[in-house]
Design a protein around this ligand. Sequence first.
Ligand code: HEC
Length: 257
Amino acid sequence: MQITMRICQSAIAALTVTVVFCSAAIAGNHEQKQQGINVGPGEMGFDAIIVNGPPITGDSVMSADHAEYPRGMTCAECHSVDFGIDVMSTASEQFVNNFPNLEQEQIWEKIVAFLPGRERFAIATVEDNAPTATTVDMVLDQEEKAFYVVSERGTEKLLQLRVNPNISAVRFAGWTVAEGGPKQWRSVQIKGTAEVIESTDPRFGNILDKYNLVRVSKPRAFRRFDIIKVTPKQIFYFDTTLGANKFSPYQIWRRAE
Ligand code: HEC
C-alpha cells in the first residue's frame, strides 16, 4: 500500500494524474492492474503503462502467464530489480532470458550483414585495471570467425595487449540527435582475446591481403604495422527492429568450444 501511495504522489506531481484515478489504484491490486499509470511513449511510439509488480532480481524470468505489456518497456519500469553482483545477470541478459532468441547461426548472419567490410570500431584494452578506448578499423574473417586490425607499431593498445590480451570492441549505427532518421539502433559488442602478429610472422602477408589496405602499400605495411587478431568469445548483437517480431533486441552469439 505504501508503494502505491508513493507512486501516486509522484505521478500527481509529474503527470497531473487525477485524484480519482489514484484512489482507484489504491483501492486494490486488481484495480491497479487494469488501469496502470500512463507515463508516455518511448522511441517506438507505444505508451508505457506502469503497473507495479513485486521486487525481482536481474536473473528473474517471467512466467508464461505474466501479463503482456507495451513494447519498449523494461522490467525496471514496473519492478525494483536487484542487479547485484551476486545475481550475475545484466540488463541485456534480462532481455535475452525473457524474450525469444534467434538460432546461433541466424545471429551470426546478422553480425556478418552488419559488418560487410572494413568497419570502424571503438576498442578497449586494459592496463593496471584501467581501460583505454581507441578507434580502429576491423575486418571480419568469416571463415575464422575472427577480426583483424592493422595497427601502427608501438601504439598504446599494442603495448597493453601484449601484457593483457583481454579486449572489448563495439560498433554502433543508428539514430543520433544530429543525424536524425528513424529511431532504430544496431550495435555489435565483442568480448574476446587478442593476439599481436608481427610482420615477421608467416601469416602477416595473407592477412594484409584480407584487410584491404587503403592508406599505404603492402611493402610499407610490412615496415610499420603490427596486426591484431581478435578472437571473440562472445558477441552481443543489438537490433531494435527485432522487437517488432517479439524477439529480444539483444542476441548473444557465443563461440562454440
Ligand atoms: C508493465 C509492468 C510490468 C513490466 C514491464 C514487467 N512486469 Fe513483471 N510483473 C508485473 C506485475 C504487475 C506483476 C504481478 C502480477 C500479479 O501479481 O498477478 C509481475 C510479476 C512478475 C513476476 C512474478 C510472477 C510471474 O508472472 O512470473 C516475475 C518473475 C516478473 N514479473 C518478472 C518480470 C521481468 C523479468 C520483466 C521484464 C522482462 C517484467 N516482469 C516486466 C508487471 C510488470
